[in-house]
Design a protein around this ligand. Structure first.
Ligand code: GRF
Length: 227
């Protein structure tokens, strides 16, 4: 597939928050390298020093910081430190990518409609931890992933993009997670690209995508066809 040309708008300055493996971070780094996303990754911040994603960032010359939540006596204090670092690095859009801390209103208010997260289920189904196991235990035939704007609630912000995967009868949480992650790695860079192109408009609890493809094109495909 030939990538559609990127806009003449400047790259979006992003800060990526992680706690672990960082495969979504890697997908974003790779999308930028392939010329499919205009983003300047200003900083990667982890609340855990052992997060493998930190190595991924450093390998690509991206500033990588650890802000250990255990150093702070309150959740708000931790968030104040996060916001200070994000501002220092002139971040305009915050990307949570496997960041295992709930942001407090301190960060949500500082970056209103400018924080994205990805959840490994079709929101509003199966919020919180172990979403893949929740889906298996419930017995749904389809699950997927959701990129949304973070609000004060848990995995319930305005939905930006979703992708669907089938749930197989012999799946365990690991096989389902892997199938979902393949889609995560496609739709997260795509959602950031929509933001960079100035095409996301939050209207109440809905996100309107400007110049969205005709409904027929989406219906034919279920999952979004990337430009
Ligand atoms: C992903 O499954 C994402 O949906 C969830 O945390 C996981 C992070 O994976 N929020 P990685 O660290 O990006 O590999």
């Amino acid at each position: 597939m030939t990538a559609a040309p990127l806009t003449t708008r400047p790259p979006v300055k992003i800060g990526v928050l992680i706690s672990g493996e960082g495969t979504n971070l890697q997908a974003i780094i790779d999308a930028v390298a392939r010329g499919e996303l205009k983003a300047d990754i200003r900083v990667v911040i982890s609340n855990k020093a052992a997060a493998r994603g930190l190595e991924r960032a450093r390998k690509h010359g991206i500033p990588a910081e650890v802000i250990d939540h255990r150093r702070f006596t309150s959740r708000d204090d931790f968030d104040h430190a996060l916001v200070a670092s994000l501002h220092t690095h002139q971040v305009e859009l915050v990307i949570c990518a496997g960041f295992m801390r709930l942001l407090t209103p301190v960060t949500v208010a500082a970056f209103r409609d400018r924080i994205m997260n990805i959840h490994p289920a079709l929101c509003p189904s199966f919020p919180g931890v172990d979403a893949q196991k929740q889906a298996l235990d419930y017995g749904v035939r389809f699950s997927g992933c959701t990129v949304f704007f973070v609000t004060e609630g848990i995995d319930d912000g305005p939905v930006i993009v979703q992708a669907v995967v089938p749930v197989h009868q012999d799946d365990d949480a690991g096989t389902l997670a892997a199938r979902i992650q393949t889609e995560e790695h496609r739709i997260y860079p795509f959602a950031i690209r929509l933001y960079q192109e100035g095409r996301l408009e939050v209207r109440g609890r809905k996100v309107h995508i400007l110049d969205a493809p005709p409904t027929d094109a989406i219906a034919a495909d279920v999952n979004p066809r990337l430009p």
